[in-house]
Ligand binder design. Structure first.
Ligand code: IMP
Length: 209
């Protein structure tokens, strides 16, 4: 019973300069007759992420790219929201790692913040990874979907697969952290576990096919 706008076959801009994201979205969308083109290929700049929410930033990136090209555009925004820190680092997740993208330092900073709030027991260390996708059309219409995965933050970090805050994040119902799982386990097509895989499943349901 959805009143969602569906995406027709044709060209779609991916409002990202990240080659990994482009590849992932191309794999998802090609079966629907959608031909993806990267923002970089079209000479678009990456806008500054000035909004306070994942939805806001994903919308901003998608609408800018759609307006600039006259094509539909897809953007994503994601991060880690920690309960004891009122949702921080949230939309600032990448920025906590600084210009050198030093996630060992970002995880230490996160652990220091948790310690300073007295969050030492597992039940006090709840967090969620969040991913929001925004699909924008040149007439200004936007659809957004959200994927989340809840878990607990561990210390010290464990595992060296994955990226970002993965070594600290143990998803609910699992013993291992995201960095101790394979990509197939983390993204599992049949039962998506990661926030990004869940957001992509929600996009398929809402706007594709
Ligand atoms: P953006 O969505 O490219 O703006 O970046 C989001 C930031 O959130 C990343 O740089 C990571 O710090 C963090 N993040 C998002 N998703 C994940 C994940 O699956 N694992 C670990 N860190 C993540």
């Amino acid at each position: 019973m959805s009143s969602r706008r569906r995406l027709a076959a044709g060209r779609l801009v991916i409002a990202s300069h990240n080659a990994g994201k482009l590849r992932e979205f191309a794999e998802l969308l090609t079966p629907y007759g959608i031909d993806v083109v990267g923002a970089g290929e079209l000479g678009l700049n990456e806008p500054e992420e000035t909004e306070a929410t994942f939805e806001g930033n994903a919308r901003l990136k998608a609408t800018r790219a759609s307006r600039a090209t006259g094509l539909p555009a897809l953007a994503d925004d994601s991060g880690l929201a920690v309960d004891a820190l009122a949702g921080a680092p949230g939309v600032h997740s990448a920025r906590w790692a600084g210009p050198d993208k030093d996630f060992a330092a970002a995880m230490r900073k996160l652990e220091d913040a948790l310690q300073s709030t007295g969050a030492t027991e597992p039940h006090q260390r709840g967090a969620r990874f969040v991913a929001v996708l925004a699909l924008a059309w040149p007439d200004g219409h936007v659809e957004t979907v959200r994927g989340e995965v809840a878990g607990t933050l561990v210390w010290p970090p464990r595992g060296d697969a994955g990226f970002g805050y993965d070594p600290m994040f143990r998803p609910q119902g699992h013993e291992r952290t995201f960095a101790e799982m394979t990509g197939a386990e983390k993204h599992g097509r049949d039962a998506p576990l990661s926030h990004r895989a869940r957001a992509i499943a929600a996009l398929k349901e809402a706007c594709l096919g």
